[in-house]
Design a protein around this ligand. Sequence first.
Ligand SMILES: *Cc1c(COP(=O)(O)O)cnc(C)c1O
Length: 456
Amino acid sequence: MAEPRARKVVLTEDEMPTRWYNILHDLPTPPPPPLHPGTGQPVGPEDLAPLFPMDLILQEVSGEQYIDIPEEVLDVYRLWRPSPLIRAYGLERVLGTKTRIYYKYEGASPAGSHKPNTAVPQAYYNKKAGITKLTTETGAGQWGTALSFACAQFGMTCEIWQVRASYDGKPYRKVMIETLGGVIHPSPSTLTASGRAILEQDPHSTGSLGIAISEAVEVAAQSPDANYALGSVLNHVMLHQTIIGEEALLQFEHFEDWPDLVVGCAGGGSNLAGLTFPFFRERWLNNRKVVIRGVEPASCPSLTQGTYAYDFGDTAGMTPLMKMHTLGHDFIPDPIHAGGLRYHGMSPLVSHLYETKEMEAVAKTQRECFDAGVLFARAEGIIPAPESTHAIAEAVRAAKAEEHGSILIGLSGHGLIDLGAYQAYLAGELTDHTWADDELKKSVADALTRLPAIPA
Ligand SMILES: *Cc1c(COP(=O)(O)O)cnc(C)c1O
């Protein structure tokens, strides 16, 4: 008889971490602050108050190392957390590799991705501040689903602008969102001035996350009972996601192992940050060795081919200016299937870690990613989200080359609402798209000339 072997570690509810980790406390050098576009000065809490509740604003700028997770949030987290850490024996076997491969699976959440980890606390803190409605944007629809779920938990309304290309291409997301109680519009819409301005120029605009953010921000800014919620990029979002990495550290103790390489896909950076920030702490404070690598789509390569500069988070220019890797706030990416990775910018914290060479990044074309996604599905039984296949593809490459003893993959979600993408892949209809460096540098430089002059 074969020895029984541990395939996964599932922590008990009592073992679930009760604090988020704030990487700002331990960063070797501080990141550049967000600036007010009018004054060029760092934004203060009062600048953000029209959009966010004070608890979240304070988390955005906090220097505390740990922040306690409120009991009301832990209670909702326990619906699906702790999430499992699984040893990918099946994938190791088909690759014929000696590398030990693990994946941290966030797809068992109600929304099917890591996004409820921040949607739930964002809804909670807004509710506590007396807000009754949250507005937001969504690309492929995962964030809209997560926020609709979170708002329903706390008896709030959720109004969502979804990028037109995905609204038309992924109709089941709309059904999920409406079933969970959310209200959803295609973006650009005629409901906002920013949407109407885009439609005037291009009545057939397929939209972008930047445009949808402008619409959601505009509506929240005009209503005292409504706030805006962002699903990635901001510091407080990265903070809430660190529960992923904190759990993974405990689970590796049970496996009596340690990952030499940690890979995650990167759109705005939140699942990558959530998985890896606690590992950075272990590197800096406990001298643990770990390579950390983000994987982005070649068609939207903000880290590997973007410019590190102050830029807006949205297309209409309503957000503070953030120093980040950007393709330009009016960049409209190719409609690739990993909708959640089609954002022009990157979290300022993730950008800073990349710029200071604490983190690595690579870009991949979609066919290599779907090759790996299908291999993974057949080996492990989980159909990964198109976004997550980017991390899997890099892990597959590194495991074949046996570059590391062990690898941890951030499996940010499942792809069961993205079967249209798999259908296109299986039918041989997916095409790859890459950018020439000078093409991108020029379009970013153009976008940055349209920024307000930053007073010195
Ligand atoms: C939204 C999403 C992403 C990309 O967003 P990040 O903020 O970079 O994590 C990745 N994977 C899944 C499953 C998503 O839903």
